[in-house]
Write a protein that binds this ligand. Structure first.
Ligand code: AKG
Ligand code: FE2
Length: 284
């Protein structure tokens, strides 16, 4: 029987007793709404092929290839392989693979006109220790902002690009390094829940429109501190067979990047677009 229980106090939900390949429409509706309510969802104990994983992921929205071509699955471009080819030809650890997602708190796809609605990972191999994924609630981040900042950021737009203010991104091919910034409101209303969140990514923000560099730098530093709210985190300890999906519109995440490098930590990963308002805006 399907069981749904909260993981963190303010973020995260776990689903057990379900097979995503065969669940009923009623079960799908329950888990989809649990995910919307809790920002991040783990479905335990799944046994999936790549087509099964893509098919299930497509229930959330269109599954699109990630811009990092070198880490795409050779036969399934929509699948990104995490933790594969971790060592180079000389046997040296490739930091960009080992520490992917561990550089800092972020939200995926802020460099797209229509940022990814969700990212979903399926765990194939889990290390004996470490290697958690950390999540934080971006609604809570907005709720906890001092009124001064809520007022200052109201209506403010940020410019975002893949490499942010650094420019370059190690996981991209040379021909894919040039990004024209895209623009997103920093206070964002979630198209499905109607709740406001702080939409911010310190690694991808380039500047705030209409705000001078001095104030912009101070704002970036302050939001970096405030984006993670005490009590609104959940740290996922992976089990083989877990599927974890996070809502990039209302959560932040980062990899801990701390597991024994000689051990395997392997996931299939998909980026999921929105069918909704944002997809329509992007098509304009
Ligand atoms: O490997 C992880 O725990 C998460 C990596 C990440 O940031 C991502 O897949 O978007
Ligand atoms: Fe990420």
């Amino acid at each position: 029987m399907v069981e749904i229980r909260r993981l963190g106090e303010q973020i995260g939900v776990e689903v057990t007793g379900i097979d995503v390949k065969t669940m009923s429409e009623a079960e799908w509706n329950r888990i989809y709404h649990a995910w919307l309510d809790c920002n991040v969802m783990c479905v335990r104990g799944q046994d999936l092929t790549i087509p099964d994983f893509i098919h299930y992921s497509e229930r959330f929205g269109p599954v699109v290839p990630h811009p990092s071509k070198s880490t795409r699955h050779p036969d399934h471009p929509q699948i990104t392989m995490l933790g594969v080819n971790k060592f180079d030809a000389e046997g040296r650890l490739r930091d960009e693979i080992y520490r992917r997602g561990a550089e800092g708190w972020h939200t995926d796809g802020a460099y797209n006109q229509a940022p990814f609605k969700a990212t979903q990972l399926y765990a194939l191999a889990v290390p004996s220790r470490g290697g958690n994924t950390l999540f934080a609630n971006a609604y809570a981040a907005y709720d906890r902002l001092p009124q001064r900042l809520k007022d200052r950021l109201d209506g403010v737009t940020g410019a975002f690009a893949y490499g942010g203010r650094r420019g370059k991104a190690r996981l991209l091919n040379p021909e894919d390094q040039d990004w024209t910034p895209v623009f997103h409101k920093i206070i964002r209303t979630h198209p499905e829940t109607g709740r406001k969140s702080l939409y911010f990514d310190p690694g991808k923000i380039c500047y705030f429109v209409g705000i001078d560099d001095k104030e912009g730098d101070a704002l970036i530093a302050e939001l970096k501190e405030r984006m993670i709210t005490p009590g609104a985190e959940y740290h996922h300890v992976w089990q083989k067979g877990d599927i974890v999906i996070w809502d990039n519109r209302c959560s932040y995440h980062r990899a801990a990047g701390d597991y024994p490098p000689e051990e395997d930590r392997i996931h299939w990963r998909v980026s999921i677009n929105d069918y909704g308002v944002e997809a329509l805006e992007a098509a304009e």
